[in-house]
Design a protein around this ligand. Structure first.
Ligand SMILES: Cc1cc2nc3c(=O)[nH]c(=O)nc-3n(C[C@H](O)[C@H](O)[C@H](O)COP(=O)(O)O)c2cc1C
Length: 168
């Protein structure tokens, strides 16, 4: 029976190579062009176990409604956190996606609330408040992961000889 386990911020936990996960989806908010420390540590700590199974990565970050920045660049492409290149090499994820994020004043710490008050952020120029998550985009991506897993489960059931598929 397929099952999904959702876990939060367990950077110190280990994903054993022999554990029952067929695949792993890991995401983090982006702050200052970086993944959150706990998420980064989780990937680094579990590098071998993650490299041995299919992994999908996502980052939650860009705010606002503009998908193209002032220089004509794709906002999701220019906000890819710095760690992703390292992760691509280390664990070869099937995919990494940047999704638009959410900024709620009440959830911010003191220092970040001060940032919002800076003159450069007048009218939310840099940090617009609001929920910019595109759930249809997120669900479509999750659906693709589900399909890829179904396809590979189907492949695993095909007859094999020494690991190679045998034509019927
Ligand atoms: C101080 C600050 C820095 C941020 N830096 C980035 C960034 O570098 N790249 C990005 O895409 N989003 C950035 N964001 C937006 C956050 O990643 C976004 O709000 C995210 O959805 C927050 O998720 P969380 O509420 O789970 O922490 C920043 C937000 C704040 C307040």
């Amino acid at each position: 029976m397929p099952a999904v386990t959702a876990r939060r911020k367990e950077s110190r936990s280990a994903l054993q190579p022999s554990c029952a996960y067929d695949a792993v989806v890991i995401g983090s908010a982006a702050y200052y062009f970086h993944w959150m420390r706990k998420a980064t540590e989780f990937v680094r700590r579990n590098r071998a176990a993650l490299a041995a199974r299919p992994v999908w990565l996502f980052s939650s970050g860009p705010l606002g409604t503009k998908t193209i920045d002032g220089q004509g660049r794709d906002v999701c492409a220019v906000t890819v956190p710095k760690e992703i290149e390292e992760f691509r090499e280390a664990i070869q994820p099937r995919d990494h996606r940047v999704f638009f994020g959410v900024l709620v004043r009440d959830k911010l710490g003191f220092a970040h609330r001060l940032l919002l008050k800076l003159p450069v952020n007048r009218d939310g120029a840099i940090f617009p408040l609001g929920d910019f998550r595109d759930w249809s985009d997120i669900e479509a991506w999750a659906g693709k992961i589900g399909q890829a897993l179904k396809d590979s489960a189907g492949e695993a059931e095909l007859p094999r000889e020494n690991g190679a598929l045998i034509a019927r």
